[in-house]
Design a protein around this ligand. Sequence first.
Ligand code: FAD
Length: 462
Amino acid sequence: MNPTHAVVLGGGLAGTLTAAALARHTDRVTVVERDTLPAGPLPRRGVPQAQHLHVLMSGGARAMDALLPGTTDRLRARGAHRLGVPEDVVTLSADGWQHRFPASEFMITCTRDLTDWTVREAALALPGVSVRSGQVDGLVGSEQRVTGVLVDGDAVDADLVVDCTGRASRVSHWLTALGARAPTEEVVDSGLAYSTRVFAAPAGAGTGFPVVNVFADYRSGMPGRSASLVPVEDGRWIISLTGTRGATPPVDEQGFADYAESLRDPLIAQLIRAAEPLTPPRASRSAANRRIRSGPDGAWPEGLVVLGDALVAFNPVYGTGMSSAARSADALARVLAEHGHAPGLARQARLAIDEVVETPWTTATTQDVRYPDCRTALADPAALTYTEEDDRIARWVGALALRHPVVNAAMTEVITVNSTLAALQRPEVAAAMTGAGARPALHEAPLRASERRIVDGVSLAG
Ligand SMILES: Cc1cc2nc3c(=O)[nH]c(=O)nc-3n(C[C@H](O)[C@H](O)[C@H](O)COP(=O)(O)OP(=O)(O)OC[C@H]3O[C@@H](n4cnc5c(N)ncnc54)[C@H](O)[C@@H]3O)c2cc1C
């Protein structure tokens, strides 16, 4: 049999994890990347979102460990935090404050540059994996089968091409150029924008401080104003303010502080006052939910898989993009283990990946569509309509998830990208829906005494 060759387009997180997935089942893997990839946790042009807050959910961390064993341990050894969910997370959701039940899941928090470097270093060291520096300009093949790619105008043959070029992907255009049907593109765009600043945590809060989220109430009819604080390596905090259309967070220093004061709770504003800024605020507007699907006839060429943000990019506030990419790469590895490079691989992989991304897509889009002037393009617009009864149920489940340990554990599995929404239909969760066994609603942030002192500006070291 001829040696197999796969080409991965883009050497970002999805691309390097895909290279790891392919390496076990393919003789040669070439990752094509237009940026020079740094030999350390450093910023680069192709991943501008890296300066914003990134949390890695446990579902994604587990997938990374399956593909590249020891990844989360290496991240932690380099300063990443492992925080229990919900124990180490202080969240005001649309439905109220969440109790800090004992952790049933976890998240990893560090800078995006550290995550990317740690994954990249391990993936690119695998036997058979190499990087080709260059710009992908198109696909080679026919509407039935992709047989290679164009890199800086040169044709490179491949048994399998995996597009991981992120939100900038031109795969629809490239497919049309081959004479194939362009995929359907779906968009749910609440106009979300980010403003992010990095801070030195106050003395005593460099480690052991929780993630803090103050989220908008997406049902209020008002533009959504939210913010999150995440502890990262080297005693720093990253604070991102986010706003939907009509509430864009400012990128000047005073505006940043004022916007934090305008949130549903002053907690983030108080923490900003307690910390020392290390960077000016920086903006991002790459936050619409966007997804491509094969057309109604399901037509899709052999030899091509699309994965990561190139396939589906989520509103980042939900923190699911990296985890979905990791789980998608892991799904590809499992399909390859079963199928090898046999005909039908691309279709099997697409079905497996679609299953992975379905729940994060539904979770993000059903909330985002509620914000004023949310712009949508949907294959089935009915998918995002809701009735008063739907709303009533969503409110009840949402509120109970904050107060009932069984409902909370199921919701936590979903939010941390470990389970589909079906987790909320398990018999024990259905039984808990009466509300019996729920804790009382919280009327203020559930802070430990040491955390309260930080909020009040009293250093633990003092
Ligand atoms: C503000 C913000 C905050 C976020 N926060 C979170 C979070 O908290 N948690 C989370 O899980 N996710 C978060 N995300 C989402 C996360 O950043 C993405 O899901 C993730 O980067 C997807 O990885 P990717 O490899 O698919 O794409 P990218 O990281 O965008 O990588 C694409 C790569 O392809 C390369 N490339 C592009 N075009 C070409 C070409 N033609 N030729 C060669 N190379 C090319 C680029 O240089 C780049 O290296 C956030 C996103 C944003 C915008």
